[in-house]
Design a protein around this ligand. Structure first.
Ligand code: NAD
Length: 340
């Protein structure tokens, strides 16, 4: 199949070209993000391959359909950037990579929690400046603390197990579908208000849907333990970042670690070190000593890149052969499994 690949970085290109040896698709790589402005680059391609910040809204979809696109292949698990209703109307199928390496994201999340709790990111910056003091780096033991895990799917379940079994945390979980294996492992479930009120650390692993958008906002933060820590490696819009800034300013929130940010689309994955970044909320967040921001990096392991490439190229091959698409995303699929 002829495939145009948007948002291509060197590592995407190297992995996709390497793994494509087994599939033989014709891959054309484009560095820009897919938007209404760049959609002409997709004209004539039956398959468009995109990533988390490519825009697949109704207007873009109309252009894609007119240009002959019949399949959108997402190199990601989340699909909140795709208007599925529009895709169905224009007869464009959508596939994703439901599980590439949940370990990659879960392990990174635990790393963020540890860094936030012990100030490892600050210590690193300090010692590089020959400041070997400990003032301001006082942490707490994770052992015995309550950690709230919101969303216990593939990633959240691994985080819950690592924290409960590895660190001896009291893990409190919340999910619209509790995981029987986690229950059997002794993990307790709670409703969201109780989880929020009882946790020293809250980590988010549910998908972004209308129901979870701004799940953490002023009202939620008001019910948290004073000084609680918040971690988000799922999707930026789960958090109202402006409310979080206010809570950090008055000390109500004790710290924040985010790998995702609601307005990340024009920022993350780019080197803007020579430019003026006009996002005041992100700039404010970056000024807090107790805030750690990474740029959508949690997925980024060798194993994950290979799995993403293999699943994506395999789905495209199935599509070419007219086979059922195992990783299709449709409104019907979501209705059956809201998290999928
Ligand atoms: P998953 O589908 O396996 O699990 C999601 C869980 O959330 C499910 O158990 C589901 O029942 C639950 N859920 C759905 N709606 C909920 C709600 N309203 N409240 C509580 N729980 C709810 O997904 P996953 O593979 O574990 O991934 C989780 C999220 O992580 C994805 O949605 C994606 O956005 C994000 N992600 C981020 C990165 C990264 O690099 N930062 C990489 C991969 C995935």
């Amino acid at each position: 199949m002829r495939v145009v690949v948007f948002s291509t970085k060197g590592y995407d290109r190297r992995t996709l070209e390497d793994r494509n040896g087994a599939f033989g698709h014709e891959l054309v790589f484009q560095e820009p993000r897919l938007t209404l402005a760049t959609v002409p680059l997709a004209t004539g391609f039956p398959v468009v391959c995109g990533f988390v910040n490519d825009v697949f809204d109704e207007a873009v979809m109309e252009h894609l359909a007119a240009g002959g696109t019949r399949l959108i292949a997402l190199r990601a698990a989340g699909f909140n950037n795709v208007d599925l209703r529009a895709a169905a109307r224009f007869g464009i199928a959508v596939v994703r990579v439901p599980a590439y390496s949940p370990h990659a994201v879960a392990e990174f999340t635990v790393g963020l929690i540890l860094s936030l709790v012990r100030g490892i990111h600050r210590a690193h910056a300090r010692t590089r400046a020959n400041n070997f003091t400990l003032d301001g780096l006082l942490g707490f033991d994770l052992h015995g603390r309550t950690v709230g895990v919101v969303g216990t799917g593939r990633i959240g379940a691994l985080v819950a197990r690592a924290l409960a079994l590895g660190f001896g945390c009291h893990v409190l979980a919340h999910d619209v579908r509790p995981d029987p294996d986690l229950l059997a492992a002794g993990i307790r479930y709670a409703d969201l208000p109780n989880l929020i009120a009882a946790s020293d650390v809250i980590t988010l692993h549910c998908p972004l849907t209308p129901a979870t958008r701004h799940l953490v906002r002023r009202e939620t933060i008001a019910t948290m333990r004073p000084g609680a820590l918040l971690v988000n490696t799922s999707r930026g819009a789960l958090i109202d970042a402006e409310d979080v800034v206010e809570a950090l300013k008055d000390g109500r929130l004790g710290g924040l670690a985010i790998d995702v940010y609601e307005q990340e689309a024009d920022l993350f994955f780019e080197d803007l070190s020579n430019e003026i970044v006009r996002d005041d909320t992100l700039q404010r967040l970056l000024m807090f000593p107790n805030v750690l921001v990474t740029s959508h990096q949690a997925f980024f392991t060798q194993e994950a890149l290979v799995a993403i490439a293999d699943t994506t190229l395999g789905s495209i091959a199935s599509f070419a052969r007219g086979e059922p698409l195992a990783h299709a995303v449709t409104e019907a699929v979501i209705a059956k499994a809201p998290a999928a």
